[in-house]
Design a protein around this ligand. Structure first.
Ligand code: FES
Length: 149
């Protein structure tokens, strides 16, 4: 009689222990999976006017990359000293473009697409020009903003 009570107690303890282990194991798998599938909300910075560079620090024939909200952007100082900025996402398959100073072009390494320094697609697969940004120089600082439609 007393052995049965002890066995029930042990069985109950083992069941609780195993149940806890299963719940813990599932939690360790399910929680990260849910966190992965539902990413935390991050406020997307969508700057109206973003300071990207200082005029004096950009020599003609140079470029800098920047983030405009979530998009990559590219600010170019053309050889004539004028600035141009573009959404740096290639219009072909969304690779990030880069400035190729030796050829004075904007180049996409993914499929060898090329744009001139006005953002116009000039060779390779890109079907349309890069999206331009507005560029303003104020007190020696170079600002980029979304172009009005
Ligand atoms: S993604 Fe740029 S050329 Fe294909």
């Amino acid at each position: 009689m007393e052995n049965k009570t002890i066995d029930r107690g042990r069985r109950r303890f083992i069941n609780l222990f195993l149940g806890g282990a299963v719940v813990g194991f599932l939690g360790a798998i399910v929680y990260p999976l849910i966190r992965y599938l539902i990413p935390p909300k991050i406020a997307e910075a969508n700057p109206a006017n973003l300071k990207v560079a200082q005029e004096a620090q950009m020599a003609p024939g140079s470029a800098v990359m920047f983030k405009f909200g979530r998009k990559p952007g590219i600010l170019i100082r053309r050889p004539d000293g004028k600035f141009a900025a573009f959404d740096a996402v290639c219009t072909h398959l969304d690779c990030t473009v880069q400035f190729k100073a030796d050829e004075s072009v904007i180049w996409c390494a993914c499929h060898n697409g090329r744009y001139d320094l006005t953002g116009r697609n000039i060779s390779g697969p890109p079907p349309r020009p890069l999206e331009p940004f507005e560029v303003n120089v104020l007190n020696g600082d170079v600002y980029v903003s979304q172009k009005e439609a």
